[in-house]
Design a protein around this ligand. Structure first.
Ligand SMILES: Nc1ncnc2c1ncn2[C@@H]1O[C@H](COP(=O)(O)OP(=O)(O)OP(=O)(O)O)[C@@H](O)[C@H]1O
Ligand SMILES: [Mg+2]
Length: 309
């Protein structure tokens, strides 16, 4: 899969423009498990719509297994199984009918055995004859995943497949997708669950305002960051210079520290500011720390832009 200087500008009414992508280039090798991360509005879904042929790039080219997504649309589309971010479905069909219709769309006949396997793998076997409108949100998302896979595409694209999906199905889904990846399917994943991306993706690209700001093996992204994270709970306000660099979730505060000396300095600063610290832990930085660092514009030097896989 190749993205070559892909730019996209949306024109809105009143002559205003949104530059959703500003020249994005990277390759994904066959068999990779690749993560595309970025905050809301970074351009992830726009890039996937261009890949899927649902939207035209303003400039640049995209190809899938050598097929240009514009000039060679049908061949490119056939290589792709796309799980869209939005839940789109026809409420009048049952789950099984939906999957049969999708098979027909790709010209796949006698697909019953594979459809049964998909229903089973995705925990939908007892819903096969239910109408789409009778399903819960998480179940509809499972059907979208099954729908993307009916024609056994070599490239699987998942745009936030686990949004609104319960813990158990998330695990089942990842076990299934990981198995398909082992069998040779290429996977492109976007997710806001960074621990999923950390566990699954061999390489990761991070988009910020339509631009690639990091592209590296997951292990290298993790290795290139401050090694310790200080985590604690407090009800007190942090001094401003610490507040600006902290990750705060309710009462839980996390601070990055480069080495033991900085851990000591941070603790001393907290004591000095009379911040009462409870449940202190010192742990390793994770992908969420790296992500926040990069999105805040810090630490780019430690994040190499690696061109090749
Ligand atoms: N059809 C459209 N018309 C106009 N602007 C659009 C359209 N689709 C997306 N945008 C804009 O393009 C930018 C990128 O949106 P996109 O949906 O690609 O982001 P995203 O990275 O997928 O975000 P999220 O994590 O929220 O799904 C945003 O500023 C968005 O408002
Ligand atoms: Mg999106």
């Amino acid at each position: 899969m190749r993205f070559d200087a892909v730019a996209k500008t949306y024109r809105r009414g009143g002559g205003s423009e949104v530059r959703a992508l500003t020249g994005v280039s990277f390759d994904i090798q066959p068999g990779e498990f690749f993560g595309l991360l970025g905050p809301n509005g970074a351009g992830k879904t726009t890039l996937i719509s261009i890949l899927a042929g649902l939207s035209r790039a303003s400039s640049g080219r995209v190809s899938v297994l050598g097929h240009d997504v514009v000039d060679d649309y049908a061949a490119a589309r056939k290589c792709l199984g796309i799980v869209p971010q939005e839940l789109v479905f026809d409420p009048f069909f049952s789950v099984r009918e939906t999957l049969k219709i999708q098979s027909g769309y790709f010209g796949v006949r006698n697909n019953e055995a594979w459809i049964d396997e998909l229903l089973h793998e995705l925990g939908l076997a007892d819903k096969a004859n239910a109408n789409m409108r009778q399903l819960s949100g998480g179940m509809k998302r499972r059907v979208l995943v099954a729908q993307a896979l009916v024609h056994r595409p070599p490239v699987i694209v998942l745009d936030e497949p686990t949004a609104g999906v319960d813990v158990e199905l998330r695990q089942t889904l990842w076990a299934f997708i990981a198995r398909l990846n082992k069998q040779g399917h290429t996977v492109l994943l976007t997710t806001h669950y960074l621990e999923e991306a950390e566990a699954l993706c061999g390489r990761i690209a991070m988009l910020k305002q339509g631009e690639v700001v990091a592209l590296a093996r997951t292990a290298n992204l993790l290795a290139g960051t401050p090694h310790q994270m200080l985590r604690f709970k407090t009800d007190d306000a942090l001094p401003p210079e610490l507040a600006s660099q902290a990750r705060v979730t309710g009462r839980i505060v996390q601070l990055a520290a480069h080495g033991a000396g900085e851990v000591e300095r941070l603790l001393a600063r907290l004591r000095e500011a009379r911040v009462r610290v409870e449940d202190l832990e010192i742990g390793r930085a994770d992908l969420e720390d790296v992500f926040l660092d990069i999105m805040r514009g810090g630490a780019p030097a430690s994040v190499p832009l690696e061109a090749a896989a």
